[in-house]
Design a protein around this ligand. Structure first.
Ligand code: BES
Ligand code: MN
Ligand code: MN
Length: 457
């Protein structure tokens, strides 16, 4: 039985996972370039050594892709398992209680950057395949792995790779399986059928040609930081409604049926708020928090810079100010039309004496997956067999911008079955993945693969 095999390999799986977590593969930081390659090579070696898959690096203009596949199982479906080996930066480092790249167990949880997103979750599939191989000697279906090292910075390499027909043949599959989302609760399995898209910008405002004395010039020239604050503040009202004309035009209204499905997700608002140190939520009053997160668009300022931020004070009017911000989009909203509308919105409000530069950084639309797919239903049966209850179908607020492209280009069905939890603190200091969820993830993946193999085409 797979469960016994997993139990027997418990120590080994943890040790391998820890090896992965010790490699600081931060894609956003140029100084980690060598670590990206080291991480990719480590994965190739893992797939070769543990699974006997013919794995190899795929060189790209940026970080390498990792590909591996099982020996052919004739007549059986093919699953492509996607994951990403890059992680987010660890900043602010002083808030980590343990070193981010020295995995540490406490409280039944493994702490470390990438513990969940997405090294831990990706590895659950590798270990599931290992488990199936060890339990029955063969695999019930064709398995391919594709790991990229740029999910957190826009997936340029994988996106380019998908443009060639030959490459698409290499990745060709009936169904794509991904664990890079969350499950609804520790004992509650889920299949994510919707993800929001994301569009990122940087806006820079420039005023005088140098920082000026705020006494000599104050009251007589426009302050770029103040202008930036005013322009950004105009973007959203106190009910969370985005003020760009036409912004909601393409948003598909939520049906009553879908609202009922989303409401089945267990969610204690007070508890969720307490976990992040808040006593009030924010957003469109006519939607629940779950709806606001998964099925409504949003706007957030990610960082804002300008003027003097050192010790003490400095009486200046800064020369420059800038902000990085993102919109989360729902299906049918288009990043390109947003960019045009946003540029016009800011130009309308740009005060005399200030110049603006709006820089588009990345963009991808949102998606929803039809629930009728036989593979999706098979995955649901697999999850039911592990958790003793059927999965909830959920819409997540996060984005995996490349995944719609992978699905469309390969013409395959998509299953997003998260093994982690919202509380794992991905992208935050002290990210973790509970051992319980990690091993449930392995067991779930093994069960899902077993069920996918049974789908008749
Ligand atoms: N794994 C996340 C996305 C995610 C997490 C989706 C939880 C649903 C539930 C992914 O690695 C991620 O962080 N994506 C980025 C994309 C961005 C950098 C373009 C995101 O959503 O911010
Ligand atoms: Mn991820
Ligand atoms: Mn991420």
């Amino acid at each position: 039985m797979p469960k016994e095999t997993i139990e027997k390999n418990r120590r080994k799986f943890i040790d391998i996972w820890f090896e992965a977590l010790r490699i600081p593969s931060i894609s956003a930081e140029a100084e980690h370039k060598p670590d990206m390659r080291r991480m990719a090579e480590w994965l190739v070696d893992l797939l070769d050594r543990e699974l006997g898959f013919a794995a190899h690096l795929i060189e790209t203009e940026t970080n390498p892709l990792v590909f591996g596949q099982s020996p052919e199982v004739p007549g059986a479906p093919t699953v492509l398992i996607y994951g990403h080996y890059d992680v987010q930066p660890v900043d602010p480092l002083d808030l980590w209680r343990t070193p981010p790249f020295e995995p540490t167990v406490a409280d039944g949880k493994v702490f470390g950057r990438g513990a969940d997103d997405d090294k831990g979750q990706s590895l659950t599939h590798v270990f599931a395949v290992k488990t199936l191989l060890e339990t029955s000697g063969t695999l019930p279906l064709n398995v391919k792995f594709i790991f990229e090292g740029e999910e957190e910075i826009g997936s340029a390499a994988l996106s380019t790779f998908l443009e060639s027909e030959e490459n698409r043949r290499l990745l060709a599959a009936d169904v794509i399986l991904v664990s890079d989302t969350d499950k609804p609760a520790a004992d509650e399995p889920g299949i994510t059928y919707g993800l929001r898209g994301v569009v990122g910008y940087e806006l820079t405002l420039t005023g005088p040609n140098r920082d000026l004395h705020s006494g000599l010039y104050g009251g007589s020239v426009r302050n770029p930081v103040a202008a930036l604050c005013a322009m950004l503040a105009d973007l959203i009202d106190s009910d969370g409604k985005i003020q760009i004309p036409g912004f909601y035009d393409d948003v598909v209204p939520l049906s009553e049926r879908e609202r009922a499905e989303l409401a089945r997700r267990p969610f204690d608002e007070a508890e969720a708020l307490a976990a992040i140190g808040l006593d009030a939520s924010f957003g469109e009053p006519e939607y629940t928090v779950i709806e606001r997160r998964g099925a409504r668009p949003s706007f957030d300022i990610n960082g804002i810079t300008g003027g003097y931020q050192g010790k003490g004070g400095k009486t200046i009017i800064p020369a420059k100010a800038s902000a990085k911000f993102t919109f989360r989009l729902v299906p049918n909203q288009r990043p390109e039309s947003l960019t045009r509308a946003l540029d016009a919105f800011f130009r309308d409000r740009l005060p005399a004496g200030i110049k603006m530069d709006l820089n588009f950084q990345h963009g991808a639309g949102g998606m929803v997956i039809p629930l009728e797919s036989p593979f999706l239903q098979a995955a649901a049966r697999g999850l039911s067999s592990v958790y003793g209850k059927p999965p909830l179908f959920i819409r997540d607020g996060g984005s995996i911008p490349i995944i719609t492209k992978v699905k469309d280009r390969l013409g395959a069905d998509l299953i997003l079955a998260g093994a982690g939890l919202e509380e794992d603190g991905i992208h935050s200091p002290n990210e973790y993945f509970a051992l319980r969820d990690f091993f449930l993830g392995i067991e779930s993946s093994a069960a899902i693969l077993t069920e996918l193999a049974r789908v008749k085409q």
